[in-house]
Design a protein around this ligand. Sequence first.
Ligand code: PMP
Length: 384
Amino acid sequence: SAASVPKAAGAPSTGKPPVTPDSVINLDHGDPTMFEEFWRGTGAAAEIVIPGWQTMSYFSDVGNVCWFLEPGLDHEVRRLHRLVGNAAVDDGYHVLVGTGSTQLFMAALYALSPPAAAPMSVVSAAPYYSSYPAVTDFLQSGLFRWAGDASSFTGDAYIELVCSPNNPDGAIREAVLPSGGSGVAVHDLAYYWPQYTAITRRADHDIMLFTVSKSTGHAGTRIGWALVKDRDVAKRMAKFIELNTIGVSKDSQLRAAKVLGAVSDAYELPEAAQHRLFDYGRRKMVERWRVLREAAAASGAFSLPHETSAFCNFTKETAATNPAFAWLRCDREDVEDCASFLRGHGILTRSGSQFGADPRYVRVSMLDRDDAYDIFVKRLSSLH
Ligand code: PMP
């Protein structure tokens, strides 16, 4: 059988195994495999070849604050932000590269927490991304520690994580605590791209985090970037990455640069216009949200956040928000733990309790492959 045929030496892994109608469907992680279909179609436009002798040095750009940043990635990051209009990259912004935006998040905590008598408090308004508390506290640093929901925080020294659109509920957010003094905000804009939401303003916060994981779907490449206004903060973040991993894979940076360049080319070069990532992504997300809302209504047992919309400066059209996660509430009186209820029906999700919220809620990934997503929606509609 196919299963017993050994893989060719060097054949790449393919991620989660294929699903069948009886499979348990795992939508716990935000694994962005939905985008594979798009990138199957782009061919050489998103391919790179790296000869054996290249990318061997630790260094990329010795004159840069981020000395391990490939200039080609710096260029494509700025080019894409200028095209989309979602974030300011001029006026002295530094680009820092990280092994995913997860490493840059840790670098920001380090950079913003000078050694002091008491650790810096790290907060975010609930429901907040479940990795924020986990990543903040796993090494039990003396520099910073998780202090919970920003909405109920009292104190004047803090780092507030602002995720917009928010993981898990898709809400468009602003900081809830004041900036200035000893309070600083880190803006996680992983989902501030046209496939998920209207681009309503050019964000120009002090520290903004982005990632290819959610913009193009290349989570396995493990490349994120930070746009940082202050040179000293940028230097401290680069120092963290130097101490943590002595830089970031150049091979991955070159691949990320190629992929981001292919996204921009499709909007800027007429000959590349048939493969437009944000058009594809928006079409998919609109359709997925449409069938999900139908399924929730058909079941009568679930509710979803209300749809909001706004004028998108990138597409020049009014667009609804199509979050990368569904924040699903189970309305059945007899269900107090929605995640275990769904698990009993072969659907793995992440409990609201992990986001500092009610376990009647779960977070469901909207970015899986079509086959898994279709089975999920069918199953959900049948749960009365
Ligand atoms: N921030 C948010 C809000 C996310 O949802 C994720 C991925 N789930 C990340 C950061 C981390 O992304 P990366 O793969 O770049 O580490």
